[in-house]
Design a protein around this ligand. Structure first.
Ligand code: GDP
Ligand code: IMO
Ligand code: MG
Length: 420
């Protein structure tokens, strides 16, 4: 059995949580492979809304094992809050969630460092979620991070203190408003809760599951345009959000990857700073924000909105080897007469269909205009009911990108999903 991967093709928030939840009944295992509590994945069913940050979106399915893979960075405090919410919602989370020993821990001081570094950047700040992601991955690469497996060692507290002291030394001279005693108390409470979960050697767990013929879906966080290597650097996150990240973030060989689901919104959004060629600073941008409820699932910040960028989409499909596309939020376009998509850029006076190195801030999108559908499609459930204009929009994208759109989502609820 091969492992399928689902990941975001834009700047995150494409609707990964919803679609993983929809696909989960087909999978015995769902695994997160990168990112951490910067993610906010929303699921809606039975009139209830759930937002997950660290726990995979397969957690609501009775028969699915959920795995937090080695590529993830985990904050025990956020984890505790999430576990308590799931228990309240009636989920047997202790039974259904396993965690790789190689997952790196986010310390309270990682969050402080994140805030201090953002502040020092002034105008060039990334707009980080300030969840300690960058500093935690920095420690991982610097070979001084603390891992879940360390919790099982006798000198865990000592290892913690060494790393905390390194952080405090680097913060010297910076005014830090932090009640260390209180944050450490909460953090160690989180560590105690973590001990009630099964820690696994994730790479063996996942490969042995596949050997037994079990299905696995790897759930990406963030989006390809936030990838540390290929995103709009430095306005990116600190992990590989591309498909290759599922290999390193779970210990799965490239040849064992099966379907690669790439998910995108019918338009574009971005939260935080950085270039956004098709951004709309006008009424249409505001309309998309209002109708699409475009406010961050993790920080509540308003998301920047703009037209669909097919140059960027083609780039991210290439980087991931996407085999199936999924389009969400087509319902948000209801009142829009005419829809634009960027089909090339002008960079330094020249027309290009490639995503440029660093001049993206000054690149001018060239648009193709397509007719809108102007009717409410949120109650539609079958392909045959789609308005002609939406079918044309879908065909235009498929032809441009060269990959079929297999699912169209028309609302936040699990049921608001059309299989193509
Ligand atoms: P994720 O990070 O990729 O999981 O996406 P988020 O949960 O951060 O943001 C997506 C938002 O759009 C959530 O509020 C979802 O409930 C919502 N959503 C998902 N699919 C659709 C859709 O097809 N239409 C509408 N209107 N909302 C959707
Ligand atoms: P999901 O999984 C949207 C953005 C932040 C910031 C940049 C770096 O819900 O799609 P970080 O906290 O990683 O240092 O922030 O990346 N960002 C996201 N934007 N969705 C996300 O996750 C994001 N995770 C990080 O806004 O611009
Ligand atoms: Mg999100």
């Amino acid at each position: 059995m091969k492992m399928d991967v689902l990941l975001g093709l834009q700047w995150g928030d494409e609707g990964k949580g919803k679609i993983v939840d929809v696909l989960t009944p087909e999978y015995l295992n769902v695994a997160r492979f990168q990112g951490g509590p910067n993610a906010g994945h929303t699921l809606e069913f039975n009139g209830q809304k759930h937002v997950l940050h660290l726990i995979p979106s397969g957690i609501f399915n009775q028969d699915t094992t959920n795995i937090i893979g080695n590529g993830v960075v985990l904050d025990p405090v956020v984890f505790t809050q999430e576990v308590h919410k799931l228990i309240k919602a009636g989920v047997d989370v202790f039974e259904k969630l396993v965690i790789s020993r190689k997952v790196h821990l986010i310390l309270p001081t990682h969050r402080v460092l994140d805030a201090a570094q953002e502040k020092a950047k002034g105008n060039l700040k990334i707009g980080s979620t300030l969840r300690g992601i960058g500093p935690a991955y920095t420690d991982k690469v610097a070979r001084q991070g603390l891992r879940i497996g360390d919790i099982e060692s006798d000198n865990f507290k000592e290892k913690y203190e060494i790393l905390r002291n390194i952080h405090l030394a680097s913060l010297e001279g910076i005014k830090v408003e932090l009640n260390m005693e209180e944050v450490e108390r909460l953090w160690f409470e989180g560590i105690e809760l973590l001990k009630r979960f099964q820690f696994i050697d994730g790479e063996y767990f996942v490969n042995q599951a596949m050997d037994k013929g079990e299905s696995i879906l790897a759930e990406g966080a963030q989006g390809t345009l936030l990838d540390i290597d290929f995103g709009s650097y430095p306005f990116v996150t600190s992990s590989n959000t591309v498909c290759a990240g599922a290999c390193t973030g779970l210990g799965v060989a490239p040849g064992r990857i099966g379907e690669i689901y790439g998910i995108f919104k019918a338009y574009c959004t971005r939260v935080g700073s950085g270039p956004f060629p098709t951004e709309l600073d006008d009424d249409i941008g505001q309309l998309l924000r209002d109708q699409g409820q475009e406010y961050g699932s993790t920080t509540g910040r308003p998301r920047r909105c703009g037209w669909l960028d097919l140059v960027a989409l083609k780039y991210t499909v290439m980087l991931n080897g996407v085999t199936k596309l999924i389009m969400t939020k087509a319902d948000v376009f209801t009142d829009i007469e005419s829809i634009k998509v960027a089909s090339s850029y002008v960079v330094n006076g020249e027309l290009t269909d490639q995503f440029p190195f660093d001049s993206i801030a000054s690149c001018q999108p060239v648009y193709t205009e397509l007719p809108g559908w102007k009717i409410d499609i949120s109650d539609l459930r079958s392909k045959d009911q789609l308005p002609r204009e939406l079918s044309s929009y879908i065909r235009f994208i498929e032809k441009f990108i060269g990959v079929p759109i297999t699912i169209v989502s028309v609302g936040p609820d699990r049921e608001a999903t059309i299989l193509m």
